[in-house]
Design a protein around this ligand. Structure first.
Ligand code: TEU
Ligand code: CA
Length: 561
């Protein structure tokens, strides 16, 4: 397997709106990030993935871009951004920018032109179609509810928007669109950035003719994912992007690719011929999360299901492509609330999850706030929610489908994207030290207990545990490059695996339960000594790997010799 800096790196994801507000307007900003860089340096991460900071009317918090080559007013100026990049590089931290080019904002100049007339030179920058029998051109459903088509009076046609109606899809069939985007990407790369995270990048190519999606529910609009995910020209577009832009830079590229399979990943992120360095897969998130648009019930999750998915990805990509490893991001509930336990065993389970993502093969992505164990929030009123997806789905459920508001709110508590978007809890002062003003979204009321300042002061904190894991990863190539092998396949409480590189071998033992199961290292794994590299309890009932009782949410990593 080839060595590469982006395989050895740990990435930290910043959602700027909620990171740190430097000027009291209640919105996180670039100068706020600059002020907190020493904190990130202390944590030890290598790369920051910065969610969109471009000019945007913020219908979807920056994922609706009205100018790709300028900074959103609330976040600062291009000069602030230049300073941020310089300050990061000064500290040895790389910067990966978000690239959102499946769609733009309807307030982008291209779209404003495009909607003017059918013969406008920008008309073909977007996907316009006449209606069919007085209705939308097809039955596709938008990810955020309702039809994926919006009627536009000026020219009497509909435009496609897979997300909100303020996010019209760009027409990748048009070579001029592709050229504009490559030029823009090059402009940022020339400024010295270190890579791109590419938003819904497997949705760029739509099936010609845009046929109806198969009807699977009684809803008027249907998910047409097979008609635009991994579309017929996707690899051609990405190969062109690689030839024209990406191949000229030593950068980290990660595709956000909902519904991606290991086969797709082996093609897109292939060691030898791949177009991107890695992709985000969603199978493990879909085990419990409703990542589709439906406000539905919260599905139960079995540990063996998680093992199946992760093991399939670990083995499926082995020596062929590279994994990205994450348990949370700005679109998901908090990882400790979803995969761990955010009440009694919050600290233990957060450390267990940290051990998990750092010990798998692949590049770990830490979502802001996870390093202090931030949790989901349960606002009492829909009025306190800000996420457009949450608000649309609530409206659809309650107003159109007659779902009981309290029931809808319960699902939102478990699944809303706003769970991950409450402000970072910096200290125990008012508004969690995030802002001197009124935050754009309420802080989680648990900030007095859970905050950065408390975490830094406590040597046993989740923060210091992350720091140690990141350090271990730098010191032990086996953690980065070692082969993954699952042990105890069907155990429903313990997730255990080995990592092997030449003569080095680690065994990772994770008790994903509040019980105290016995762990028995299988006899076929021989060793003469076992050294504990890291663990989330200070004392262990016994360290005899041939029979040791694990404590609730206990995590241990041993080096076997
Ligand atoms: O998310 C893409 C995506 O597929 C989401 O619909 C995801 O399934 C959902 O948020 C899970 O709840 C990306 C961005 O990460 C997201 O923030 C944007 O809203 C979306 O694209 C549109 O740009
Ligand atoms: Ca601000």
């Amino acid at each position: 397997m080839n060595k590469a800096w982006w395989k050895e790196a740990v990435v930290y994801q910043i959602y700027p709106r909620s990171f740190y507000d430097s000027n009291g307007d209640g919105i996180g900003d670039l100068r706020g990030i600059i002020q907190k860089l020493d904190y990130l340096k202390e944590l030890g991460i290598d790369v920051v993935w910065l969610c969109p900071v471009y000019k945007s009317p913020n219908d979807d918090n920056g994922y609706d871009i009205s100018n790709y080559q300028d900074i959103m007013d609330e976040f600062g100026t291009l000069a602030d951004w230049e300073e941020l990049l310089a300050e990061m590089h000064k500290r040895g931290i790389k910067l990966v920018m978000d690239l959102v080019v499946n769609h733009s904002s309807d307030e982008h100049r291209w779209f404003e032109e495009s909607r003017k007339s059918k013969d406008n030179p920008y008309r073909d920058y977007y996907v316009w179609r006449p209606g069919k029998d007085g209705r939308e051109p097809n039955n596709w459903r938008s990810f955020f509810g309702g039809s994926a088509w919006q009627y536009d009076e000026q020219t009497g046609e509909y435009y496609l928007h897979l997300f909100t109606k303020k996010q019209p899809d760009l027409n990748w069939e048009n070579p001029k669109v592709r050229e504009e985007i490559y030029k823009m990407m090059d402009w940022w790369l020339q400024k010295g950035i270190d890579g791109f995270r590419m938003d819904v990048v497997n949705m760029l190519s739509k099936v010609p003719g845009l046929p109806d999606a198969p009807v699977l529910t009684r809803d008027r609009y249907q998910f047409g994912s097979q008609l635009y995910i991994n579309g017929p020209r996707l690899m051609e577009f990405l190969t062109e992007m690689k030839q024209k832009v990406l191949s000229r830079y030593d950068i980290l590229t990660v595709g956000e690719t909902p519904l991606v399979t290991t086969q797709d990943a082996v093609m897109i992120a292939n060691e030898e011929t791949g177009v991107l360095k890695m992709v985000f897969q969603f199978e493990h998130m879909d085990l419990s999360a409703e990542t589709g648009a439906e406000v539905g019930t919260v599905k139960p999750r079995k540990l063996s299901g998680l093992k199946d998915v992760m093991t399939r990805w670990q083995k499926g990509l082995e020596n062929r492509a590279w994994n990205s490893i994450y348990l949370g991001n700005h679109d998901q509930p908090r990882s400790v609330s979803q995969f761990g336990e955010d009440s009694r065993y919050r600290v233990e389970s957060a450390k267990l999850l940290a051990t998990f993502i750092h010990m798998l093969q692949g590049t770990p992505y830490v979502y802001q706030g996870d390093e202090i164990g931030m949790t989901n929030v349960a606002f009492e009123s829909i009025q306190d929610y800000r996420d457009v997806a949450t608000l649309n789905l609530y409206k659809e459920a309650v107003e159109e489908k007659g779902v009981d508001p309290q029931a809808a709110l319960k699902v939102i508590h478990a699944k809303s994207r706003d769970n991950a978007r409450t402000p970072i809890q910096w200290d125990a002062s008012g508004q969690a030290g995030f802002t001197k003003g009124t935050p754009w979204i309420k802080v989680n009321p648990n900030y007095k207990e859970i905050n950065v300042s408390a975490a830094l002061a406590d040597p046993d904190s989740i923060f210091h545990y992350y720091k140690k894991l990141i350090q271990l990863r730098k010191e032990n190539p086996v953690i980065v490059y070692g082969t993954y092998d699952l042990i105890l396949d069907s155990h429903e409480e313990i997730y255990a695996f080995t990592r092997t590189l030449d003569r080095e071998r680690l065994v990772v033992i994770l008790n994903f339960s509040r019980n105290s199961p016995m762990f028995y290292l299988p006899e076929n794994i021989s060793f003469s000594s076992a050294e504990l590299l890291i663990g989330n309890y200070n004392v262990h009932p016994s360290e005899d790997l041939r029979g040791t009782m694990l404590l609730p949410y206990e995590a241990r990593v041993y080096r076997l010799r």
